[in-house]
Design a protein around this ligand. Structure first.
Ligand SMILES: Nc1nc2c(ncn2[C@@H]2O[C@H](COP(=O)(O)OP(=O)(O)OP(=O)(O)O)[C@@H](O)[C@H]2O)c(=O)[nH]1
Length: 404
């Protein structure tokens, strides 16, 4: 079976099923809910399930709102609606939406190329190389990809350039997984107790937002989560995490600004242990200006974590902003020299037309992209799936290939 056909079978069907039976997804999600909910939690959940408009009616009866309050209430309802919609979207829809910018730019260029060159030759590959480089796939990765493509085109005796599009998608997935055989684990959980996830990255990349989204994601999976506000350096970082804590209903352990991050994380561990929590999410400061300081701070934090829980942190996730392109790649290099990075969270993939950066990071640094940010909604943090990524890139071509 052709690769496009396989993707179509997997994702287009999933989408259709989701549109026809949205309630099926609801059922699946409800089945994931923890069994040992307290009465209070169940009550909260019941309220959550009531349509936002009903909750509003119930609480706003007989209250006269000022225009500002009204505006806030409308905004809140919109947020709740967006949240509900986000929860119901399939992975393929999320990738398709999140990669719209990259797809529009990349697919337009590839289609244009295919229209101009009907037969595959050296000039065709040269132009394809430029298109891939302009999508931030990374020079070395592009070279590898083009070599693979040439070999495959020869092996399959492909003459028509339209067929090359399918081979590109197939090879992108191959390059992503490499020798890992599609077995990259999202998160390594500690089977014997508290799992500690450490988040590192430069300020402004969306680290706090990612931790908030992750807390929500884990809660939806039935995990009991605590967050530790270890970024004591950036003004407002602690409060920002607290806002997320309130929003997703997760406690935040904090000290005051300027205090020792290792002490905050230590308290976070004690608090998480005493609550019998499953996962502790640790924020850290991201001062790249001084690599020695960064290294010292991160290794102190790690030492504390390891002393309290042998084998922890179970993941050190580096958060990178996809819109910074090749800069993200150099940040990844610096951080992986300073600390052991087990995976990458690539934020704002929806905000760039150069989504190929995922491939560059994976191939040039050999660190898996474990999660991607595909939008600003709390539900827009997705575990990375190279097939869904390629589907998001080629979705229009897939539909088009059906008509050909
Ligand atoms: N479109 C989009 N926006 C995102 C994504 N992730 C984060 N953002 C936005 O990026 C902005 C910065 O994120 P923050 O978490 O506030 O990052 P920061 O506080 O500046 O810095 P750090 O927390 O130190 O990284 C916010 O407006 C977020 O909503 C994403 O995946 N897509």
């Amino acid at each position: 079976m052709g690769f496009f056909k396989k993707l179509k079978e997997k994702f287009v069907k999933e989408d259709e099923l989701n549109q026809e039976h949205p309630e099926k997804k609801d059922e699946e999600e409800h089945s994931e809910e923890p069994q040992d909910q307290s009465e209070e939690e169940i009550h909260d959940k019941e309220e959550e399930d009531v349509p936002a408009s009903v909750i509003e009616e119930e609480y706003t009866e007989e209250v006269t709102e000022s225009p500002v309050e009204e505006e806030e209430a409308v905004q809140q309802t919109q947020e709740e609606q967006a949240f509900e919609e986000g929860e119901k979207e399939s992975i393929s829809t999320k990738f398709k939406k999140g990669l719209a910018k990259t797809r529009n730019s990349f697919a337009t260029k590839v289609n244009d190329l295919v229209a101009r060159y009907r037969t595959v030759d050296e000039d065709f590959f040269e132009e394809l190389e430029e298109i891939l480089i302009s999508a931030d796939v990374g020079v070395n990765t592009v070279m590898d990809l083009i070599d693979e493509l040439k070999m495959e085109v020869k092996r399959r005796n492909i003459k028509d350039t339209r067929e090359v599009r399918e081979v590109i998608s197939e090879k992108l997935v191959d390059i992503y997984y490499g020798d890992d055989d599609e077995e990259i684990e999202e998160i390594t959980f500690n089977q014997d107790g508290l799992t500690v996830l450490l988040f590192v990255g430069v300020n402004g990349v969306g680290k706090t937002t990612t931790i908030g989204k992750m807390a929500h994601r884990l809660k939806q999976q039935g995990k009991n989560v605590v967050m530790a506000a270890g970024d004591t350096f950036r003004a407002g970082a602690i409060e920002q995490l607290e806002v997320w804590g309130e929003r997703v209903g997760v406690p935040v352990v904090r000290h005051s600004e300027g205090s020792d991050p290792a002490a905050v994380i230590y308290d976070g561990i004690q608090s998480a242990k005493s609550k019998g929590a499953d996962v502790l999410l640790c924020d850290t400061a991201g001062r790249l200006q001084n690599k020695v300081n960064l290294m010292n701070e991160l290794s102190k934090v790690k030492r504390v974590i390891e002393r309290e829980i042998p084998g922890a942190p179970h993941e050190s996730l580096l958060v990178l902003d996809a819109t910074t392109g090749q800069n993200a790649l150099s940040q990844a290099k610096t951080f992986s020299e300073a600390t052991n990075v087990s995976g990458i969270v690539l934020t704002k993939l929806d905000g760039t037309a150069k989504g190929g950066i995922v491939m560059a990071i994976r191939n040039e640094l050999d660190i898996p992209v474990k999660f991607v940010g595909l939008g600003e909604k709390v539900t827009d943090l997705q575990s990375f799936d190279a097939h869904a990524f390629v589907y998001g890139l080629f979705a229009d071509m897939l539909e088009e290939s059906e008509q050909e």
